[in-house]
Design a protein around this ligand. Structure first.
Ligand code: GAF
Length: 386
């Protein structure tokens, strides 16, 4: 993080002169299990990871917001929070900043102007929630300018609204809530209907390993929004508000077929797996976790159809290595929305060296390289940086 801090203060000074009034951070997340269940009002089990977006902020005496994105070659943006906030002509990172600020204004907040410098080290296109962390960090920064610390659940829902309504990605609330509300050394069991959260401590000696397939997710909004529409169609046919309320018996009785059947089956079984996984993690049962992770991956591959062959290969490689080198204590699955990105694996810390060496030896990214691997610790959600 010292690297981030140094780049942030240099980038702030270069763009705006002087130093900021404060710095906020919002982490990325890895989802341990519970994929595409959040917008079906179901359950998810993510944790925040030690890569993040940081924003240095300084209040201004007017209503102008000036932003510099250090990661994007110091590109800048400028707009007025007292005027209607439109999309940026060239979109990209600017729209996530504008989306969050526009949402706060739309919800009745009177904001002040600010100079914002943004830096981050979350790999993009890896399914580790770089966009959600940017939205949550922007919300924290703009409220810090007013002297406020946001409520974690509220800022997460506002960030989700920003992404749904302004960016057009019909995501659920998991990523934003994981970034805003996570607890150090724990996974966060989220009930995406009530938004209740429960911290499930990650047992000492358990490692979270994140392996990037090297398949960078492109513009996946179309696929994602289609999956969401198929889930809504399944719920409508079943006569339930959301697939959270469906059961396998209901699905069988309704005679669903084709893609709608497969999507519904994934969501209903995945919800059950999340609850079972939270219990397994709480009781330090890595063997059961491994089985649930393998089943989750198979369901995403066969029923929800959001994996790609390289990600399947990587998940299988990691799973096999854990089976042989860790005596089946742990497992692996694709994490995040899909169509590329990363695999998450749980295993005993004692097995990390051998398993990661095996992965580096056996798996090659589409560019022919060994994959990027992060051994992550679960960190706390967004807040001020001292
Ligand atoms: C993406 C979305 F943003 C989340 O809301 C969630 O649906 C996830 O895909 C799939 O579980 O990260």
């Amino acid at each position: 993080m010292t690297d981030l801090a140094a780049r942030l203060s240099a980038g702030f000074a270069a763009a705006f002169d002087g130093s900021p009034d404060g710095v906020v951070r919002a982490p990325g997340r890895v989802n341990i299990i519970g994929e595409h269940t959040d917008y079906n009002d179901g359950f998810v089990l993510p944790c925040a990871i030690p890569v993040e977006t940081r924003i240095a902020w300084r209040a201004r005496p007017d209503t102008t917001v000036r932003v510099v994105a250090i990661e994007f070659a110091n590109e800048q943006d400028e707009f007025d929070v007292a005027q209607p906030i439109e999309h940026a002509p060239d979109g990209g990172w600017r729209d996530y900043v504008r989306a969050m600020i526009a949402t706060l204004v739309k919800e009745g907040r009177t904001l002040r102007g600010a100079d914002l410098a943004i830096v981050g080290d979350i790999p993009r296109g890896a399914g580790l929630s770089s966009s959600a962390s940017l939205e949550v960090a922007v919300g924290h920064a703009m409220l810090a300018v007013l002297g406020e610390t946001p409520d974690a659940t509220k800022i997460a829902v506002q960030a989700q609204t920003a992404e749904n309504d302004f960016v057009g990605m019909k995501c659920g609330v998991m990523d934003q809530l994981a970034s805003a509300a996570s607890v150090a050394d724990a996974a966060l069991l989220i009930d995406c209907r009530s938004l209740d959260t429960r911290a499930i401590p990650i047992p000492a000696g358990t490692a979270i390993v994140i392996i990037h397939s090297g398949v960078v997710r492109g513009l996946v909004e179309g696929h994602y929004n289609r999956r969401r529409a198929e889930c809504e169609e399944a719920a409508r046919i079943l006569g339930v508000p959301k697939l959270r309320d469906a059961t396998l018996d209901m699905i069988a009785a309704a005679g669903l077929t084709g893609d709608v059947l497969a999507r519904a089956r994934h969501v209903v079984t995945e919800d059950d797996r999340v609850i079972a996984a939270a219990e397994a993690l709480a009781s330090d049962d890595l063997r059961t976790m491994g089985r649930l992770m393998a089943d989750s991956h198979a369901s995403m591959r066969d029923d929800f159809q959001v994996t790609v062959p390289k990600v399947d290969e990587l998940a299988a490689t990691a799973h096999d290595l854990i089976a042989t080198l860790c005596d089946g204590q742990g497992g692996a699955r694709m994490t995040g929305g899909g169509f590329g990105g990363a695999v998450v694996a749980l295993m005993p810390e004692s097995g990390v060296e051998a398993v990661t060496a095996g992965i580096r030896e056996r798996y090659r990214t589409p560019a022919g390289e060994a994959p990027e691997i992060m051994v992550a610790r679960a960190v706390a959600g967004a807040g001020n940086v001292d």
